[in-house]
Design a protein around this ligand. Structure first.
Ligand code: ATP
Length: 259
């Protein structure tokens, strides 16, 4: 089987905060064309691992490469969507979405044009002048998505992006994200999503990396071979979710396969 290009490689990454060991010898790749879920319990270091991939946190040991080059600061190929949206409350939707472009030195007219396109893409057309406080949670997270997608990242990183939303809004946004991902002209080549929700991992991912805790480490990598759109009620879906539950909670779970 031919393998797609590796966009991000995490190589033997360990991370300590003072005496607290948060990650231990974590290695994984993010390849072109795939959605990877980092699945783990609270405290397994998922967010720290994602921040390390983004270059926002430096590993204590090991390294992260983006397209072969070792990171020494922010990862230029990534943009992040946060659980709690992380919008600037004093800025309008338009200005929130333009922020990252301004930081990258894109001229104002081009910024405006690209932000409008991203806002439209994510279904917020007409709300450009609104402030975050005027929006529902689902709409705020749409702004969070637009702010990341406007950068046209090679790799989209998402830290529990749906977990602060109500169930129906979350499901709706997941569906929209999948529809965008399947568009041929969608510029992002890989997605990495942190989640503690087993079903969300099975619904979205091509590959699930199961993390154990204390310190965070890779327990298993599991390929999700189900056709899209996926049906939560299908027996194969439930079987895979059960298997992941076993890997996540089983006391003796070890690396059983490398997908
Ligand atoms: N900047 C920091 N300084 C000190 N400790 C930190 C820092 N960031 C994270 N930690 C600690 O690292 C551990 C792992 O945190 P992390 O947020 O990466 O885990 P997580 O699996 O994403 O958990 P959750 O699902 O609860 O967000 C926690 O004990 C946390 O308190």
């Amino acid at each position: 089987m031919s393998r797609s290009a590796v966009l991000v490689s995490v190589e033997h990454v360990g991370k300590r905060f003072d005496t607290l060991r948060v990650l231990d010898d974590v290695s994984l790749d993010l390849r072109e064309g795939e959605i990877v879920a980092l699945l783990g319990r609270s405290g397994s270091g998922k967010s720290t691992l994602l921040r390390t991939i983004a270059g926002l946190t430096a590993p204590t040991t090991g390294r992260v490469r983006y397209r072969g080059t070792e990171l020494t600061g922010a990862n230029p190929g990534t943009a992040m969507v946060f659980q709690t949206f992380a919008l600037m409350p004093w800025l309008t939707v338009q200005d929130n979405v333009e922020l990252g472009l301004a930081a990258r030195g894109v001229p104002p007219a081009r910024r405006r044009e690209r932000a409008l396109a991203a806002i439209g893409l994510i279904g917020l057309g007409g709300f450009e002048s609104a402030y975050p406080r005027e929006l529902s949670g689902g709409m705020r997270q749409r702004v969070g998505f637009a702010r990341a997608l406007v950068l046209e990242p090679d790799v989209l990183l998402m830290d529990e992006p749906f977990s602060a939303l109500d169930v129906l809004t979350a499901e709706h946004l997941r569906g929209e994200l999948m529809a965008l991902w399947q568009q041929e002209d969608f510029p992002t080549r890989a997605v990495c999503i942190v989640t503690h929700d087993i079903e969300e991992a099975v619904l979205l991912a091509d590959r699930v990396v199961v993390l154990g805790a204390n310190p965070g480490h890779v327990r298993a990598e599991v390929a999700v071979g189900l056709a899209r759109p996926r049906d939560r009620r299908a027996p194969e879906f439930a079987a895979l979710a059960d298997r992941l539950r076993g890997l996540l909670t089983g006391p003796f779970a070890e690396i059983v396969e490398r997908a």
